[in-house]
Design a protein. Structure first.
Length: 235
């Protein structure tokens, strides 16, 4: 694909898009043509009069499973062979989404996202279409749509021209392997709590050092897994 960064979302609820992506930074960028979005209804590829997209799980068990044939037809219509965009299935079984993967997606031509529902998706179509499975975290949503919105929001803000000040993302959480330092603004005093004096000292070197120390302290206390990874990266 050529031109603006392009997102295709396969979903049973296309009316959920653009949703929050239609406002603020993402919405303005969408209106400006910095990225494109198409939401495709999977149910439109069903083969029976009832527009069925799911069936009972093989081997028994609760719930329903999205059919491989219906999903494959939808995928092939939106993401044909040769499409350079990664095909991602939002799934709690997937690899956790990281800021590094977000940056990779932002640097590419776009993405095709499949939003699961019910108990999940027939494994055969996942394998046959070589889907990348991504998870937002160790919890379960009612469907992949909220995860797709979150992934797209994270990526879109990194596209060229979207953020008003490109450097504003450099010190954010995860960009350096650390959580972000705390922020302060006016008023100087709030309920007997003062802005740390170093931040109003005018000494940029001391401010930078203070922010680094706070970022390291916050990461060490709140995310020991990230802190351990950060330390290994320094050796």
């Amino acid at each position: 694909m050529t031109g603006a960064w392009s997102a295709s979302v396969l979903t049973l609820f296309p009316e959920m898009f653009p949703g929050p992506l239609g406002v603020s930074l993402a919405g303005r960028a969408l209106e400006a043509g910095l990225w494109r979005l198409e939401a495709v209804d999977i149910r439109g590829f069903a083969r029976d009069k009832h527009r069925s997209v799911d069936d009972t799980p093989a081997g028994g068990g609760p719930g329903m499973v999205m059919r491989a044939d219906v999903v494959a037809a939808a995928v092939d219509a939106v993401h044909p062979q040769g499409d350079p965009r990664p095909l991602i299935y939002l799934s709690p079984r997937g690899r956790p989404l990281t800021q590094a993967r977000v940056r990779e997606l932002a640097a590419g031509p776009g993405v095709a996202l499949l939003c699961g529902r019910f108990e999940g998706l027939d494994q055969r179509v996942i394998e046959a279409r070589q889907m990348e499975e991504i998870s937002l975290g160790d919890f379960v949503l009612s469907g992949g749509e909220p995860a797709a919105l979150a992934l797209l929001d994270a990526v879109i803000r990194l596209l060229p021209g979207v953020m008003g000040k490109e450097a504003s993302g450099e010190d954010e959480s995860f960009e350096s392997g650390l959580l972000e330092y705390p922020h302060y603004t006016r008023p100087q005093s709030f309920e007997d709590r003062e802005i740390p004096p170093v931040l109003t000292s005018g000494d940029h070197a001391k401010v930078k050092a203070w922010r680094r120390e706070r970022a390291e302290e916050t990461t060490r206390q709140r995310r020991p897994d990230l802190w351990e990874k950060f330390l290994k990266g320094r050796t």
